[in-house]
Design a protein around this ligand. Structure first.
Ligand code: HEC
Ligand code: HEC
Length: 354
């Protein structure tokens, strides 16, 4: 009996000990998770199993706003447009930006000069979305000399650049009703911006560079899980039944932007996507990690799309941006590295020669 009692007490002691061990383990793991959420840098573990354990329990930090909203450019109030002498032009201009294909696409009612995309597919909310490739800087910064053409470009020339590249088509005549309307709309949008200034939140987000090359293979897995539900497995999107454009625009193939377009540069694509895709993301609530944005850019831009004669571009080759994927270059880096990165060494080399 006495013997049995001793064994019983020993057993209880063992169980209490085990319970204490489990409690403290849970506590430590909880603390690790809490600290990582709170953004505290955790000390490096050894190279043993603890590191694997830590990697398994520490979730990726939550995405945060890409820019402080204070001072961000916003479009003038649309209801004030009627006070303008050229209100009809401004309204038609906005309509053309939002529904380009219906007027100027393959079945366009005015002319058939472009591939079926709308300007708004890339310049979101008719070019007014913060970090959604908006037109906030256009009036203030054009005309300007652009290194791509080596010439001074005014607003009509810049609009036609997007027709010929992003919409893989032909430009509009400068004195056409449509060109006058689009310019009027952009001028109205930029009315409050001081000359020469690029307002905060204009254009595309500058996504931090990775230390490695962007990876099209990993990018395909990102595409499959986060993009293909809308843009489709074959990347061709979903066209509207009446042929006047897309519900979900194509990302590659014959109806997409061509190789001379801005989005064919990885930094433009990745920065656009980081702040705006999957649909519903905004700069205040981005939905993708930086790595996913770079890798999906690499995947999409590794696939077939229309080419364009680019021999007239970048007359001064030393001005080619780090991610212009066609040589010759003034630096020793390959076309492959200029397309996918790593971009930091290219940037450093550029900085040291300037
Ligand atoms: C496939 C995507 C795409 C489409 C469609 C598109 N653009 Fe663009 N556009 C871009 C990109 C990318 C840039 C360069 C942005 C940058 O580098 O900051 C750009 C730049 C511009 C700029 C210069 C903005 C600035 O601040 O310098 C204007 C103006 C412009 N586009 C007008 C248009 C018009 C008008 C249409 C429709 C006819 C159009 N775009 C269609 C992708 C597109
Ligand atoms: C829920 C549907 C949806 C998902 C998911 C989605 N997109 Fe989009 N995407 C759209 C729509 C709609 C537009 C056009 C936006 C507009 O016109 O206002 C668009 C436009 C684009 C454009 C510019 C237009 C073009 O055709 O080149 C790119 C680039 C793009 N998406 C990339 C992506 C990537 C990469 C992903 C995955 C990370 C993604 N999208 C996920 C719906 C979606």
């Amino acid at each position: 009996m006495d013997q049995l009692g001793k064994t019983f007490i020993k057993l209880i002691g063992l169980m209490v000990g085990l319970l204490a061990l489990i409690t403290s383990l849970v506590g430590v793991i909880g603390l690790v998770i809490y600290l990582s959420y709170a953004g505290v840098q955790l000390p490096e573990f050894g190279t043993g199993d603890e590191q694997i354990l830590a990697a398994a329990v520490v979730p990726e930090p939550k995405s945060k706003a890409l820019m402080d909203p204070v001072g961000m450019w916003t479009a003038p109030d649309w209801s004030t447009v009627d006070a303008e002498a050229n209100a009809a032009d401004i309204k038609y201009g906005r309509e053309l930006i939002a529904n380009t294909a219906a007027y100027l696409g393959p079945n366009g009612s005015v002319r058939k000069i472009s591939n079926g995309l709308n300007c708004q597919n890339c310049h979101l909310n008719a070019g007014t979305a913060p970090l959604g490739n908006n037109y906030g800087a256009v009036l203030a910064t054009y005309p300007k000399v652009r290194a791509r053409s080596g010439k001074s470009e005014d607003i009509p020339k810049r609009i036609n650049d997007c027709f010929e590249r992003s919409l893989n088509g032909q430009g509009l005549e400068r004195n056409s009703k449509e060109m006058i309307a689009m310019v009027a709309y952009m001028e109205w949008l930029g009315q409050g911006v001081p000359k020469g200034e690029k307002p905060k939140g204009a254009g595309i987000y500058a996504l931090p560079l990775l230390d490695r090359a962007a990876d099209p293979v990993r990018g395909k897995t990102v595409y499959d899980s986060q993009c293909q539900s809308c843009h489709q497995a074959d990347g061709q999107g979903i066209a509207k039944a009446d042929g006047s454009g897309y519900i979900y625009p194509p990302l590659w193939g014959p109806n997409s932007y061509n190789q001379g377009a801005g989005l064919y540069r990885l930094s433009r694509f990745a920065g656009y996507v980081k702040a705006n895709m999957p649909l519903g993301a905004t700069y205040e609530n981005p939905l993708m990690s930086d790595e996913d944005a770079w890798d999906v850019a690499a995947y999409v831009n590794s696939l077939e799309r229309p080419s364009k004669d680019l021999t007239g571009d970048w007359p001064d080759i030393s001005k080619k941006p780090m991610d212009h994927p066609f040589g010759p270059y003034s630096d020793p880096f390959s076309e492959q590295q200029h397309k996918y990165g790593p971009f930091k060494p290219i940037q450093e080399a550029k900085a040291s020669t300037q």
